[in-house]
Design a protein around this ligand. Structure first.
Ligand code: SAH
Length: 504
């Protein structure tokens, strides 16, 4: 059982699944979100790394070019030391921690030292990677067992597997860590008398946007995989069930299958867009480049909230603007205090945020930008009316320009939050955008600025930027990115634009 707050000074050995964050267990996710320290491996997908809490210490334990990596006994020691410091330590491992994950070894030192620990199982790649490639590891018509085998050779380079016994089972054979030994594995099975025509496949980077399936037969798999230059991680699957892959290929049918979408919105706003993209088959990396920081002890805002009766209109220009304003209002009042005000909202996302508080916008402009909002709202205003605009410190000036054209109205333009740029150290932007299937999604000019600040000096001409609105596109163009702009300033339109761009 996980209590409300996780116990301190404890280690959780958590299985992250094969890559898609949707395949991590609810318990694993909850534990990760409350971790003080996360020790993670190379095989953990970026979609899962983006779930690590901003404040947690992140220790990379895997191999990757240019990075130091930890040896097994160093990892064991880090887990022990951090737990002894009274921290909540999550050891995040690919797939399931006990399926060829050396999970057992990492527990030994903890047990010796009486450190409390828990195991959170994960979805193993041995089963999930075939499933994402449309291969059921068992099927009543084809086999009655499935076997998960290591392809890893021993230190003395021998490979101690009883191929005859494996062949006799008649079951599906799944080899992990087997790419280097693939010719030895197929030769061993052929020698043991397995039918050379047995369907066989290698699945590379399963359950990610870069998933690749090399389908073949037992006799031809090794040369076919070599010709395709297969790289790790990849699994080998051998058995009649492999022939079902074409029939059950569900994932390739999704419109954004094979696409990596980098979502740069602030964390609290990214989930809606991320869900839309995942439903269409994209691999999503949530990479907030800005954070919303409410202005503390904001006398102007509390003053305005104290005098709500005096306003005729309140204008919201972003979902964050709504949230920060409502948080402050609800400290002393409730929504009845807005009964006398009409509400203007710049667009759909803002309207949706208002609805969460039981508020409906009285006006939304025909186009979702500051100038159109200003022009169309100006048409509704009467002399003597007062307008409150609680919004970002650096707000769009066109809105105010348009409203100021009307004489005899009062405008209280109150800054309520700052936009702070953030970066995520686990994300290698240069490497990510080398892949032509990676796209960045920008929903405001500030997310573009945040991205540029987080990854200075990179070659921005590699960044394929799908933008909401002209201002966002202009900012991305200014950095030399390859830009595309959505027809409308909505998330739906942004996703449709990405689909169009990808299908070209
Ligand atoms: N504990 C992990 C396995 C660790 S061994 C699990 O349960 O999945 C590492 C091996 O797992 C890799 O060499 C590869 O064979 C396999 N693997 C892990 N993730 C994979 C992925 N996304 N696609 C293909 N194979 C993967």
């Amino acid at each position: 059982m996980i209590e409300d707050k996780m116990q301190k000074g404890k280690v959780w050995l958590v299985g992250a699944g094969p890559g898609d964050p949707g395949l991590m267990t609810q318990k694993g996710r909850k534990v990760l979100e409350e971790a003080d320290v996360v020790v993670y491996d190379a095989l953990i997908g970026s979609g899962i790394l983006s779930l690590m809490p901003a404040g947690a210490e992140k220790i990379y334990a895997g191999k990757r070019s240019g990075h130091h990596f930890l040896k097994q006994d160093e990892i064991n020691r880090v887990l022990l030391e951090k737990a002894r410091e009274g921290l909540r330590v999550v050891r995040l491992k690919g797939g399931d921690p006990f399926v060829f994950g050396r999970g057992g070894e990492e527990l030994e030192l903890l047990i010796e030292n009486d450190i409390p620990y828990e195991i959170v199982p994960g979805v193993t790649s041995a089963v999930a990677v075939p499933a994402y490639a449309g291969i059921p590891v068992t099927h009543r018509d084809f086999c009655s067992s499935v076997h998960i085998i290591t392809g890893h050779k021993r230190k003395d380079h021998t490979y101690d597997i009883d191929f005859k016994a494996l062949k006799e089972t008649g079951g599906t054979l799944v080899f992990l860590m087997g790419i280097a030994s693939l010719p030895v594995i197929t030769a061993g099975l052929l020698e043991a008398g397995m039918d050379p025509e047995t369907p066989a496949a290698v699945i590379e980077k399963g359950a990610t946007a870069n998933q690749r399936i090399i389908s073949s037969t037992l006799a031809d798999l090794a040369p076919d995989a070599a010709a395709a230059s297969v790289i790790t991680p990849a699994i080998i699957i051998i058995g009649k069930v492999v022939s079902l892959a074409d029939q059950f290929s569900w994932r390739q049918e999704l419109p954004l299958s094979g696409i990596k979408a980098v979502v740069t919105r602030p964390k609290e706003l990214s989930s809606g867009l991320a869900t839309m993209l995942r439903e269409k088959g994209a691999e999503v990396i949530e990479l907030p480049t800005i954070e919303i920081a409410p202005i503390e002890d904001n006398g102007e805002l509390t003053g305005a909230i104290g005098a709500l009766d005096s306003y005729d209109w309140i204008v919201f220009t972003s979902p964050s603007g709504v949230r920060v304003f409502m948080d402050e209002l609800l400290k002393s009042k409730d929504i009845r205090s807005l009964a006398g005000c009409r509400i203007a909202s710049i667009g759909k996302g803002t309207e949706k945020e208002l609805l969460k508080y039981g508020l409906r916008a009285d006006m939304v402009p025909s186009e979702y930008d500051g100038r159109t909002l200003g022009t169309e709202l100006a048409g509704l205003l009467h002399e003597g009316e007062r307008v409150l605009i609680p919004r970002a410190k650096i707000g769009n000036h066109e809105l105010i320009e348009e409203l100021c054209k009307i004489s005899g109205i009062t405008i209280d333009d109150i800054p309520t939050y700052d936009t702070i740029y953030t970066s995520q150290e686990w994300f290698d932007a240069g490497e990510a955008f080398d892949d032509p299937h990676t796209y960045a999604l920008f929903t405001s000019a500030s997310t573009v600025r945040g991205f540029a600040k987080a990854y200075p000096g990179m070659d921005y001409s590699k960044v394929r930027a799908v933008c909401i609105g002209k201002q966002t596109k202009a900012e991305a163009d200014g950095h030399g990115m390859v830009t595309y702009v959505s027809d409308k300033a909505t998330l739906g339109s942004l996703v449709s634009r990405l689909e169009e761009v990808c299908s070209q």
